[in-house]
Design a binder for this molecule. Structure first.
Ligand code: ZN
Length: 453
């Protein structure tokens, strides 16, 4: 790994976080080390100034408590979950001499990306007494083998996968027996198997986060969607020193399945915490009106092999800075005043930014931003770092903070196509133009191949 502390720390966070429960546990470990203390959900509200966090399953809320109520809130929202394969309640299965593990697809997984990889197993076990135990079997344990090309000659014309039939991982030979998986996992966790009443267990990719590329200026890792944002928000919260506002980090579970749960963005948890932070129902509306939320989730960097899937006038480029996400149909919550606040923040921080909007023929996804805006009425802006693909894997350039931001000369350089830099300059759309091209409007350069592909 190159000597890039932010990337090294991100890699450690990703490795420690194979599930939302582990991501929350790792975040809590870091918060405690920074002096934050826990606010129990059933305990009286702690009003003394200081860092606090509250945990509900795979969701975390953390904030700096002020010694006076009424300060505006500055909310950073992300999500802890990623598409995966989740074990069914009775996972022991098999066929034709193989022992297998029955799974459900969780979220919008790219099914083929789960084939032919070494997979670990992680999650939580729930005991009859109501307590839970985390477990992470972080070694090659399972694999979903793809059918050999000799038995599927048409596969390169289109791979068709039936998730019930074709995504069942193998993990041994012989006949399966009821209770084997739970017994194995409980033993791994140091839990008496007879104490285990239920489980939330998922598979995870064992490929370690790593830099790659000619100059090692790319970084690939599982679960970048959206742990890269959780990591950024956590780092920002711990380092926050502004005493005029109340910084809040919320990292939700269940975004990948629509957010409708007790721990998802559509649930009541954030509203409950913010109401208490604001000083109660009597005063919260005024506080909410002066508050802002930043919904941070990865966005689509322009894929070099699929230029036609992207909106040509708003290409998000690798290492071009985080992208503001805009959608007329409110799949993203950004509006013009919110976009202006984002532009102001980027300018003040000296960070370049870009704009993502989808093609009219390729509807975009959504995230927690519109849900927060709908539930709370707080002005919300959707943004995200760019990766070529979402889901289980992401691939992105090094975060700008790791190298580009370290050089003021880099920041002064005119941005690439589609990029608006910290000073509000916009890059030339022509990729052939020098990177030191002075500011000019973002209009297509006649005959420019970079725009017409
Ligand atoms: Zn996401």
């Amino acid at each position: 790994m190159p000597d890039l502390p932010a990337v090294t720390d991100l890699a450690a966070f990703l490795t420690a976080s194979p599930t939302p429960y582990h991501a929350v546990a790792e975040a809590v470990r870091r918060l405690r080390a920074a002096g934050f203390t826990e606010q129990g959900e059933t305990e009286p509200w702690q009003r003394a100034a200081g860092g606090r966090f509250l945990v509900r399953d795979g969701t975390l809320v953390a904030w700096w408590q002020r010694d006076r109520a009424g300060a505006p809130l500055r909310i950073f929202a992300a999500h802890t979950d990623s598409p995966t394969l989740k074990l069914k309640p009775h996972p022991d299965t098999g066929a034709a001499g193989w022992r297998q593990v029955a799974v459900e697809v969780y979220g919008g997984a790219l099914w083929n990306s789960w084939l032919d990889r070494d997979l670990g197993l992680a999650g939580r076990l729930a005991r009859f007494d109501g307590s839970t135990a985390l477990v992470d079997v972080h070694r090659p344990l399972l694999r979903v083998p793809q059918l050999a090309i000799h038995l599927d000659r048409g596969v390169n014309q289109g791979l068709k996968l039936d998730p019930q039939q074709h995504l069942v991982p193998v993990w041994g030979l012989g006949d399966p027996w009821a209770g084997e998986v739970v017994e194995f996992v409980a033993t791994e966790a140091g839990v008496d198997p007879t104490d285990v009443a239920a489980h939330d267990l998922v598979l995870h990719d064992l490929t370690p986060p790593a830099p790659l590329g000619l100059a090692q200026d790319l970084f690939a890792a599982p679960r970048l969607d959206n742990l890269v944002s959780v990591h950024a928000g956590l780092t920002a919260l711990i380092g926050s020193r502004d005493s005029d506002t109340v910084p809040v980090l919320v990292a939700f579970d269940h975004e990948e399945v629509g957010s409708a749960s007790a721990t998802g963005a559509a649930g009541p948890l954030l509203e409950t915490v913010l109401t208490r932070l604001a000083g109660g129902y009597d005063v919260r509306d005024a506080v909410f009106a002066g508050s802002r939320a930043l919904s941070v989730d990865v966005t689509h960097a322009t894929h070099p092999n699929y230029l036609g899937n992207h909106e040509p006038g708003h290409r998000v480029l690798p290492n071009g800075g985080p992208a503001l996400k805009v959608n007329a149909n409110q799949r993203y919550a950004t509006d013009a005043p919110g976009a202006a606040a984002w532009a102001r923040a980027c300018r003040d921080a000296g960070v370049p930014s870009q704009v993502f909007v989808s093609r009219n023929t390729v509807p975009c996804g959504s995230t927690v931003g519109p849900i927060i805006a709908t539930r709370l009425g707080i002005r919300t802006v959707d943004v995200g770092p760019g990766t070529p693909r979402g889901g289980r894997d992401g691939l992105s350039r090094r975060p700008a903070v790791s190298r580009s931001a370290s050089s003021s000369a880099d920041l002064r350089r005119a941005p690439p196509a589609g990029v608006t830099d910290a000073g509000g300059r916009e890059g030339c759309a022509c990729r052939r133009r020098s990177s030191t091209t002075p500011a000019r409007p973002l209009t297509p350069t006649p005959g420019c191949s970079a725009r017409s592909r």
